[in-house]
Design a protein around this ligand. Structure first.
Ligand code: TTP
Ligand code: MN
Ligand code: MN
Ligand code: MN
Length: 389
């Protein structure tokens, strides 16, 4: 096989955490069907299969050249068992994959995709609504609202603001939200640090939400601030809905009781919010003027509406955990999964958003910055823009 001279297969395979996954890569056509199948199985509730496609897509994203023949992929780690390769082969040969076309048209998939995109509805509830109640759309949820008796308050919010919440959030709006939070914090107590994490920090132009991390100069100073911040934000009319989660961090519980668990859940004090974000006239996207769903409490009419609903995650972090929290909340989810596996299986250390635990020495390894975290893992530093696995 003719591989570009610079590409060293052994190095590429050595440690997958050392790969670089940029947003713009060389194999858009190949990655697309793999990402679709990842989405398909996520929506259908088969996480294991979804993960296999997500890993295969990530491997292709990291290649520094455009794949033209299957032999160029021989012996590459991360492409999974035969099925991912079949999808790749067919895409190389025919420019598309028949399985994707068939699955894309599946009514069940289309219904579940819409349902699980509603804030508060996950894949399992979506399946229940579809199979037991014949629900296929947001309109169906509205029609059957009383009968379905959905207890989770978030679903009501998710349905009410469905059009807004399914419109991508721009980087500009993310920064506007950050500015609002920053201002209210500065009134409460100075000397904080605030950072947008998530996809925006990885260089994405759009996101489904805004992830905001906050810390103060020393551990403990952050106590009580988040409730106070929510009071201020509510008072100013910035909040449509929120759910506060108390901090449940306990060193022993987090690091020693289930050291092998590969989980994204963390124990920070946080607020899952739906912001009422003020808009300038030119910031109201065209789509919002046409798609709108009215429930019991309808929107003000479009003419009056100078705001939109945006999902915002606010996370309060004790200073000593900041570096690990920033890494964890910057993601991507697959990158963090890879790092946790590597750390656990190859270093005998447990990594999560609170810290890095040395299982042999039974102690935490401190870090001031993300650079420190990478050093502690024995890896070279990776810029957020290369963490788009
Ligand atoms: P998301 O906001 O779900 O994903 P994203 O920002 O990468 O993409 P999008 O543009 O669609 O918003 O999660 C951001 C990161 O936060 C992700 O790497 C997982 C992490 N995370 C935690 O660490 N703990 C949590 O409890 C949750 C909900 C997310
Ligand atoms: Mn996000
Ligand atoms: Mn989020
Ligand atoms: Mn391994």
């Amino acid at each position: 096989a003719k591989l570009p001279k610079k590409f060293e297969k052994n190095r590429f395979n050595e440690n997958i955490c050392e790969r670089n996954a940029p947003l713009q890569h060389h194999n858009q056509v190949l990655v697309e069907p793999l990402l679709f199948l990842n989405e398909y199985w996520t929506v259908m509730g088969d996480e294991r299969r979804a993960l296999a496609y997500s890993k295969a897509a990530a491997t292709i994203k990291c290649l520094p050249f455009t794949v033209t023949t299957l032999t160029e992929l021989d012996d590459l780690k991360g492409l999974g068992s035969g099925h991912c390769l079949k999808v790749i082969q067919e895409t190389l040969e025919r420019g598309h994959c028949q399985e994707v076309i068939v699955k894309r048209d599946s009514m069940k998939f289309q219904s579940l995709k819409i349902l699980s995109s509603v804030y508060g509805i996950g894949p399992s509830l979506a399946l229940k609504l579809h199979s037991n109640h014949g629900v296929s759309s947001v309109q169906d949820i509205l029609k059957l609202w009383n009968q379905l008796a959905l207890a989770d308050e978030r679903i009501k919010v998710g349905v009410t603001y469905y059009a807004d919440l399914s419109t991508p959030v721009s980087c500009t709006l993310a920064k506007k939200i950050k500015g609002i939070v920053e201002y209210e914090l500065s009134i409460i107590k100075d000397d904080f640090r605030i950072e947008i994490a998530g996809g925006f920090r990885r260089g994405k132009k759009n996101g489904h939400d805004v992830d905001i991390l906050i810390t103060y100069t020393t551990d403990g100073e952050e106590k009580g601030i988040l409730s106070s911040l929510m009071k201020h934000l509510n008072h100013k009319g910035y909040i449509l809905h929120w759910r506060l989660e108390k901090s449940s961090f306990d060193e022993e519980a987090v690091f020693t009781r289930s050291p092998d668990q590969i989980s994204v859940m963390d124990h920070f004090e946080k607020s899952f919010c739906v912001f009422k974000c003020p808009l300038q006239g030119n910031e109201i996207p065209e789509t919002e003027r046409t798609i709108r769903i009215d429930v019991n409490e309808p929107f003000p009419s479009q003419e009056q509406r100078n705001w939109r609903a945006i999902r915002v995650d606010l996370i309060m972090v004790p200073k000593s955990q900041w570096a690990y929290a920033l890494l964890g909340w910057t993601g991507s989810k697959l990158f963090m999964r890879m790092l946790r596996h590597y750390s656990n299986a190859h270093l005998q250390k447990t990594l999560n958003s609170h810290g890095l635990w040395d299982k042999r020495e039974n102690k935490l390894i401190p870090a001031e910055s993300e650079e420190d975290v990478f050093k502690n893992l024995g890896l070279s530093y990776k810029d957020p823009s290369h963490r788009n696995f």
